[in-house]
Design a protein around this ligand. Structure first.
Ligand SMILES: [Zn+2]
Ligand SMILES: [Zn+2]
Ligand SMILES: [Zn+2]
Length: 200
C-alpha cells in the first residue's frame, strides 16, 4: 500500500471516508495496521473507555464499585456517569442493569457529524475524537514495542544460531584432529610402507 493510497483510503469497517471532521485513524488491530474511522475505533474497543464521558480507562482498573459493565458487551462505564446521583463514597448499592449507548441503539454513533450550517463539532464529538486518537496511538506504540521486542528476540536467536554454528565447527575440528592423531599413531605403529604411501 503506497502512502497516497493510505492517506485517502476509507475506514476498513464502515467505508466512511476522511472528511474535514471525520478522522480515519491508523490503528493496530490483530497484528495488522488498519484504517478505522473515529466511530469504528470506539466500537472496536468497548472496554477501553467510558461510553458516557469518553474518558480512557488507564492501566489501573477502576475499583469494582466505581465501574459498571454493559449487560451485553465489554463496555465499562463510570458508575458516576451512568448514575450521577450516586455518592461514590457511599456503600455500593446494587446497580440496575446497564446498557451502553451502542447496545441500546445499534444505529448509535459516538461521533456526530458537524452541523451542516455552522460546521461546528459538538463537545461530545470533540471528546470522542480525542479518545479514538489516543486508543489508536496506544495501539501503534504497542505495535512498535512488539516490533522492538521481536527485533531483539531475532537478534538473540541469530546470536544463538551463530554460537551453535561456531560450536559445531569447533566440534568438527576436534573430531578431525582426533582422527588425524589416531591415524598418525596407527601409522607409527603400522608398517613403514603405509607411512610412506601417506607421506607421498
Ligand atoms: Zn468506520
Ligand atoms: Zn465516565
Ligand atoms: Zn454494550
Amino acid at each position: 500500500m503506497n502512502s497516497r493510497q493510505s492517506s485517502l483510503s476509507p475506514c476498513d469497517i464502515c467505508g466512511a471516508t476522511q472528511t474535514l471532521s471525520l478522522t480515519i485513524h491508523n490503528i493496530r488491530h490483530r497484528a495488522h495496521t488498519c484504517r478505522h474511522c473515529t466511530n469504528c475505533v470506539l466500537k472496536q474497543h468497548p472496554g477501553l473507555f467510558c461510553p458516557l464521558c469518553f474518558e480512557l480507562h488507564d492501566d489501573s482498573p477502576l475499583p469494582p464499585h466505581h465501574r459498571l459493565m454493559c449487560v451485553r458487551c465489554p463496555a465499562v462505564a463510570h458508575r458516576s456517569c451512568a448514575f450521577p446521583s450516586t455518592n461514590p463514597s457511599a456503600a455500593p448499592a446494587p446497580a440496575p442493569p446497564f446498557f451502553c449507548p451502542t447496545c441500546l441503539d445499534s444505529n448509535f454513533t459516538y461521533f456526530k457529524l458537524p452541523d451542516r450550517k455552522t460546521g461546528a463539532v459538538d463537545v461530545q464529538s470533540a471528546k470522542v475524537l480525542v479518545t479514538a486518537a489516543r486508543i489508536a496511538a496506544v495501539s501503534m506504540s504497542k505495535a512498535a514495542a512488539v516490533a522492538r521486542f521481536d527485533a531483539e528476540r531475532r537478534a538473540r536467536e541469530a546470536a544463538v544460531a551463530r554460537k551453535r554454528a561456531k560450536d559445531a565447527l569447533e566440534h568438527l575440528a576436534e573430531i578431525l584432529a582426533r582422527e588425524q592423531a589416531e591415524q598418525d599413531e596407527e601409522e607409527q605403529n603400522g608398517t613403514v610402507s603405509a607411512g610412506r604411501r601417506r607421506g607421498a
